[in-house]
Each structure stands twice: as C-alpha cells, then as structure tokens.
Design a protein. Structure first.
Ligand SMILES: O=C(O)CCC(=O)C(=O)O
Length: 196
C-alpha cells in the first residue's frame, strides 16, 4: 500500500493530499476478461485527467501489481493509449476484442502499472487457460470517499495491522477531518495533514 516509488507518482499527479481509496484483487481464467470502461468523455469529476503548464492532475490513480507472469493471452491488463484525453465518447462497445486500439500492458511480478482511472482500460481475454492474479491499489484525492458502488468499509481490526503513516494513508479527510478506523487504538484525525 505504501511502495515509495508508487507514492511518489501518486503525490505528483494528485497535486494535494491523497489517500488509499480502496484495494482489491482480480482473478481471471478461461475466457475471463474485464470489459472496457472509462475514458476522457463523458467527463467524470472523480476520474478525470488534466494537464496544465506541466502539472498533471488525476483524482483517481491506480497501481496494478501482477502476482503471476501475464501474457496478452492470459488476459493481461490493457488500455487505449491517449484515451484519458479523448474529447469524444469511445465509438465501440466494451468488448476488448471489438476495440482495435486496445493495447496489452505487459508487466511481470515485481512490476507495477500505474494509470489514471480516466484512461479507457480493462483487459485482454484470457484464452490461454492459465490463471491471472492481480492486486489493485487505488489512490484518490484525500477527501474522496469510497468511490465504488459497493459500500466498501475498512476491514475489522485493520488499524492494528498498520503503522501510523499507513493509517493516515487510508484515512478519509473530510470537512470535519475525523473518521474512526475500527480497530485503531486512536481515532484518525487528519484535517490538513494529508500527504503532500
Ligand atoms: O486488470 C484488469 O482486468 C482491469 C482492471 C480494471 O478495470 C480496474 O481496476 O478498473
């Protein structure tokens, strides 16, 4: 959750305080694929990409960590280059096989792929039958709550497993600046103390 090289990038593109918004894993096997989603258009306040005078801004940025070797036919992560700047909707449906500009992004265990959520992304189709296992760590501006529709919550006792910096990293900063992380020995109070 706090690989320094990854956080350096997150810090640079988030431009202000940031937090680990959520994390998950994806497991794919025979014919499994992630349908394509996102892109510069339609514009979304919580997943956009902008650059002004050399300053990039991405309010939601993800790091993908492959746990197994992953070739294109294993259904590897894939994206459409430049789609985060698109001023027009993607003209195709969400099927990876029907989006010709889709490119496999190859990465091995030990690598990380970092991308703005505004990029059109998904995966290639797993036709090899070999399993694909991947971890995702999703960083947002520090006042963005869980942005999924899944009602995510902190795992019970997570505060006991993390150090103070890691608790700060997952804390949601709000107007009141205070949110309890269950299992933590102390409440997280974090107004204006976000990572810079
Ligand atoms: O790696 C994949 O299968 C796609 C992941 C994805 O679409 C996402 O994390 O939003």
């Amino acid at each position: 959750m706090d690989v320094p090289e990854v956080l350096d990038v997150i810090k640079r593109v988030t431009g202000a305080g940031y937090r680990l918004n959520h994390s998950y894993t994806i497991f794919r096997w025979n014919q499994g694929a992630t349908g394509l989603h996102m892109g510069g258009t339609p514009m979304r306040a919580n997943a956009q990409y902008r650059v002004h005078n050399g300053q990039m801004f991405s309010p939601l940025t993800k790091a993908v960590f492959p746990l197994l070797p992953c070739e294109p036919d294993d259904g590897c992560f894939a994206a459409i280059p430049g789609s985060h700047k698109s001023n027009f909707p993607r003209p195709w449906d969400d099927d990876p096989d029907r989006n010709l500009p889709l490119r496999p992004i190859l990465a091995a265990p030990g690598d990380a792929i970092i991308f703005t959520e505004a990029t059109t992304h998904g995966s290639r189709v797993n036709t090899s039958g070999r399993p694909r296992r991947t971890l995702y760590y999703c960083y947002s501006i520090d006042w963005m709550p869980d942005w999924t529709s899944q009602g995510l919550t902190y795992s019970n006792g997570i505060g006991e497993l993390l150090n103070a910096e890691q608790i700060e990293l997952i804390a949601l900063k709000s107007g009141s600046g205070r949110q309890t992380i269950r299992g933590s020995s102390e409440e997280t109070s974090s107004v204006n103390s976000g990572h810079r």
